[in-house]
Design a binder for this molecule. Structure first.
Ligand code: IMP
Length: 446
């Protein structure tokens, strides 16, 4: 049962990197399937803290091959720097391959990203998306417009020259945005260093699957930022869903054995767009502080809110989650209670429980209805030491009941609970794929 897909179940920043790193211990390949330097996966390993932007977390483990998959858009210069930094810190332990089909983000895309945001604001104040300014949208636009430059072309100077000429011919304004000859020279220089990593990646993965090896598809961004199924237009430009992970890797659907949805015990969002359960004021500031809710890529403070079951039920169906990983439970420790949105009421009085409006403005105007669940105590050294030694059985009872509640409400069991940033701060609750009412979760939560 070799392919495990990890998908963010909210608006990003659910600590997917940490969960993927944990699961990577049993994998031989870890594949990023979409997005690019808009991601920031913070992982704490014994050697220190590391934030990965484009490299899959497999590079942090001996014996693992990290794959930048076909679905990605990669900034070559930033990738080159990320590889070097990790090598200098002696954290580059696995090996790396970059798909020849992955597309290059060029300085022109970054300039266009900034320009497009300005155009949005100038046309309708407040209409900006709050992108990460890494050139993601324009790079995917060129990809689908068939003007893009793939890594297989980037590493061949003559092909790079030809593709650049076509791109510039299609958009004469690019000449005003960047110094094109300097850009080409820099791209060629960086490409010569990246060339040894560039390969066809699908046959390598198919062979691994034929050998029954475990392949982990590492999610970046999250289902609610999916360009079609997220809160359009406040989304990213690819498909951070389980289906997108297959398109972005070239792995067929029948190979997938597990789809792990990663959700925080609360919610965050960075950038613009509707966020029905947002919490402001002192409590919001408290959650931001306790959760360290600042973007790993842009440094922006994330908006915080309560867990939203309407959205979680929706993304569970959309992705076919077989289990959930619940993260950052420690952040809510010591609160009076833990509110969870169980349904929405729309302005015209309709009740929604598992399918949000597709219109972002309508979603912004729903009223969430909350259920308040008993809180668990604040985490302290004694509790974390017990969790390390005894595992899941040491989780505080109200937290066990919260976990069981989530399983019941979503229809899939919570299989992992993470209570801190370090690699070892995760407990496994056991498999219960017969559903939350059968097997381990219920028995364990007594
Ligand atoms: P883009 O992906 O840079 O185009 O940004 C589009 C939207 O997705 C913005 O609201 C970003 O803040 C958001 N976004 C993109 N990547 C991430 C991520 O890794 N975590 C959280 N939000 C993200």
């Amino acid at each position: 049962m070799p392919v495990i897909v990890v998908v963010g179940a909210q608006f990003g920043d659910e600590a997917k990197g940490k969960v993927t790193d944990y699961l990577a211990a049993n994998a031989t390949f870890v594949v990023r399937t979409g997005g690019g330097p808009n991601a920031g996966h913070t992982i704490e390993i014994p050697e220190g803290k590391v934030v990965l932007h484009q490299l899959p977390c497999g590079v942090l483990r001996y014996g693992v091959t990290a794959v930048c998959g076909p679905g990605m858009v990669l900034d070559p210069t930033a990738l080159d720097e990320e590889i070097r930094t990790l090598q200098e810190r002696r954290m580059f332990k696995g090996s790396l391959v970059v798909s020849e089909r992955a597309h290059a983000i060029l300085p022109t895309h970054i300039a266009e990203d900034a320009w497009e945001e300005k155009v949005r604001t100038a046309t309708h104040p407040g209409a900006e998306l709050g992108t990460t300014m890494r050139g993601i949208g324009p790079a995917y636009a060129d990809r689908y417009g068939r003007w893009g430059i793939r890594f297989g072309e980037l590493i061949h100077p003559a092909k790079l020259q030809q593709r650049l000429e076509l791109l510039v011919a299609s958009k004469p304004h690019l000449k005003e945005l960047v110094d094109l000859p300097a850009m080409q020279a820099k791209l060629a220089e960086v490409a010569s260093r990246l060339a040894p990593y560039v390969q066809p990646t699908e046959p390598t993965l198919w062979s691994a699957l034929a050998r029954q090896e475990t392949v982990l598809l590492e999610g970046a961004q999250s289902a609610l930022l999916d360009v079609d199924f997220g809160t359009y237009p406040y989304v990213t430009s690819h498909h951070p869903t389980s289906a997108g992970a297959l398109v972005g890797s070239g792995i067929p659907p029948f190979e997938v054995s597990e789809v792990v949805g990663v959700t925080k015990a609360y919610a965050t969002r960075v950038g613009a767009g509707p966020f029905p359960t947002e919490v402001e004021g002192d409590l919001g500031a408290y959650l931001q502080r306790e959760g360290g809710e600042r973007g790993a890529t842009t440094g922006r403070v994330r908006q915080v809110g309560w867990l939203d079951l309407v959205l979680l039920r929706y993304v569970t169906k959309l992705n076919g989650f077989t289990s959930l990983a619940l993260t950052k439970v420690d952040v809510l420790g010591g609160l009076d209670d833990v509110p969870v949105a169980v349904q929405y009421v729309t302005p015209d009085g309709r009740t929604l429980t598992d399918y949000p409006p597709s219109d972002a403005e309508e979603l912004a105007h729903v009223t969430p209805v909350y259920e308040k669940l008993p809180a668990w105590p604040k985490f302290n050294e004694r509790l974390t030491a017990r969790l390390r030694e005894e595992g899941a059985s040491a989780l505080p009872s109200p937290l066990k009941r919260f976990v069981e509640y989530l399983g019941r409400e979503t229809g899939v069991p919570v299989e992992w609970v993470s209570y801190g940033p370090r690699r070892e701060e995760t407990v496994w609750l056991g498999k219960s794929h017969g559903g939350p009412s059968a097997g381990a979760v219920t028995a364990w939560a007594q």
